[in-house]
Ligand binder design. Structure first.
Ligand code: ZN
Length: 257
């Protein structure tokens, strides 16, 4: 059984701890903004009269996040159940997924602290719980078969979640383990995106999936006067050689995209 509490976070049991409202199946993970400035109490203990917290993890603007319940406990972060996936059945996604709340008002940029902690949380969810490092890109509600990370706005009429650029910045913080996965010459892979982070992981990185598993490879350690992230390149399944050939044909990697 994977560990339900993430090492390094502040373990601070709230109303939903001890599986007070039951469990969620950990099929995917939902990314939220609080839309507030101090959501500690409401996240930890939930709304009055409810038997669970409003989120499993709260990431403040600065410093160490709190974890209020076991990651696979049920919390009420998504909202009322509705048939958002249009299969004729109302879905209570709270029983499918934990929620990560980022403390910010709509439109606030993520702080460096939040980006770093989100990277650690994403890495832990991947390593400990096998959640693929993949950001859901729609269509709305079509998450029945999806495993990975989903914005709240993609499964409920709320506006919150991470932009593709923010997701890339989070993933870039965990992109440099000692040995990157190197695909075999003839292995087919799906390119998911290209990232060109600055800082210690500076360079051009390709992220891809091989047989459903996320992988990555650093293509270059320099970024020629470009920063930021690009995710415009989505290829059909190709071999790594085919991918490089396609890049060469394109002439340059657009990391300003
Ligand atoms: Zn939300």
């Amino acid at each position: 059984m994977p560990a339900p509490w993430m090492p390094g976070l502040i373990k601070d049991p709230g109303t939903g701890a001890g599986y007070n409202a039951g469990r969620n199946s950990m099929q995917f993970v939902v990314l939220h903004d609080t839309g507030g400035t101090n959501s500690y109490q409401i996240c930890k203990d939930g709304r009055p009269g409810y038997n669970s917290s409003l989120c499993q993890i709260l990431v403040p603007k600065q410093g160490t996040p709190w974890q209020f319940t076991e990651i696979d406990a049920e919390c009420y972060h998504i909202g009322s159940s509705s048939d958002y996936d249009h299969d004729g059945q109302p879905d209570d996604f709270n029983t499918w997924a934990p929620g990560i709340e980022v403390e910010r008002l709509q439109g606030d940029p993520l702080t460096d602290s939040q980006i770093g902690w989100l990277g650690k949380i994403v890495a832990w969810l991947h390593d400990e719980w096998g959640v693929p490092v993949v950001h859901f890109a729609g269509p709305f509600g079509a998450v029945e078969q999806f495993r990975g990370f989903v914005n709240h706005r993609d499964i409920h009429p709320n506006p919150d979640g991470l932009s593709p650029e923010e997701w890339d910045r989070v993933v870039a913080t965990i992109a440099a383990p000692p040995a990157a996965v190197v695909p075999l010459e003839d292995e087919l892979m799906n390119i998911t995106h290209i990232a060109c982070p600055d800082g210690p992981n500076k360079g051009i990185w390709a992220f891809f999936e091989i047989a459903g598993k996320p992988a990555y490879r650093r293509l270059s350690t320099s970024v020629n006067a470009v920063t930021g992230n690009a995710r415009a390149v989505i290829y059909e399944p190709v071999t790594f050689g085919g991918f490089l050939a396609a890049l060469q044909k394109q002439g340059a990697i657009d990391c300003n995209g």
